[in-house]
Design a protein around this ligand. Structure first.
Ligand code: ATP
Length: 233
């Protein structure tokens, strides 16, 4: 469904992504792992069109979308929950959700306002609160809820559990697992590689902008020396 081939991205003279390949099949969950600064967010920003790639290709559902702007990628069915959340702080929870509502690219409307509130009962209790009045965990839920309201085929979650209390983290992982069961593919970045590997079908590991390991998540979980080498502190 998503196929990234030989992607190279620079920030100025710094060659950040160095020939990255990544594929996501329909309905699967893929983990994107790597220590801080290895290029995970840059890969997401490149595929979404926020950062231009110098070379390489991004194909989405069979068509070449390399260099398409983020709004177009979103219209084509990619929901993006960025690191740092990206909600509208001055709008209420209700407004944040309602303004994101639309059918998916194939007309799908599985994720309605009611279903999102059912998934996140905490948001249902805070509909009239401004985005800036929410706790960190609630903001994260709102960010995920907004992406779901666009009825995407793929959800990209970048550090969705960062800085949250353990109970909220567990709640977010539960929701991520539930999203996966509704046929939406996911691309997940999270510091807790054990949790990522437990919630995905496959994963790739980035080191200095290159894919250095990858395969089925279950296989990777069974390779502690690989995990320690590329992800250990
Ligand atoms: N806007 C930018 N301008 C210049 N360099 C940048 C910019 N954003 C990121 N970088 C650099 O690019 C490299 C990759 O960063 P990136 O954010 O993609 O890594 P990451 O794997 O997502 O790590 P983290 O978990 O810390 O976000 C790092 O060396 C970082 O310092």
């Amino acid at each position: 469904m998503l196929q990234i081939s030989s992607l190279n991205t620079y920030y100025g003279d710094s060659h950040i992504l160095q020939g990255v390949d990544l594929a996501i099949a329909p309905g699967t969950a893929v983990g994107l792992l790597g220590r801080n600064g290895m290029g995970k967010t840059t890969l997401i920003r490149s595929l979404m069109g926020y950062v231009p790639a110098a070379s390489g290709k991004v194909a989405w559902q069979g068509r070449d979308v390399t260099g398409c702007p983020p709004e177009r990628m979103a219209r084509l069915g990619i929901g993006y929950v960025p690191e740092g959340r990206g909600i509208f702080p001055n709008l209420s929870v209700r407004e944040n959700l309602v303004m994101s509502a639309r059918r998916g690219p194939t007309g799908r409307k599985d994720w309605t306002y009611e279903r999102v509130l059912d998934t996140f009962p905490r948001l249902a209790e805070r509909l009239d609160n401004g985005g800036n009045q929410l706790s960190g965990g609630e903001q994260q839920m709102l960010s995920i809820g907004r992406a779901l309201m666009t009825n995407p085929d793929l959800m990209i979650l970048d550090e969705a559990t960062e800085g949250l209390a353990p109970l909220i983290v567990a709640e977010i992982w539960k929701v991520i697992a539930r999203i996966g069961t509704t046929g939406i593919s996911t691309l997940i970045v999270d510091r807790n590689y054990h949790a990522v590997l437990s919630h995905t079908d496959s994963a790739v590991v980035l080191e200095k902008g290159q894919v250095v390991a990858g395969g089925s998540s279950a296989d990777l979980l069974a390779q502690p020396e690989t995990l320690a080498r590329y992800l250990g502190v």
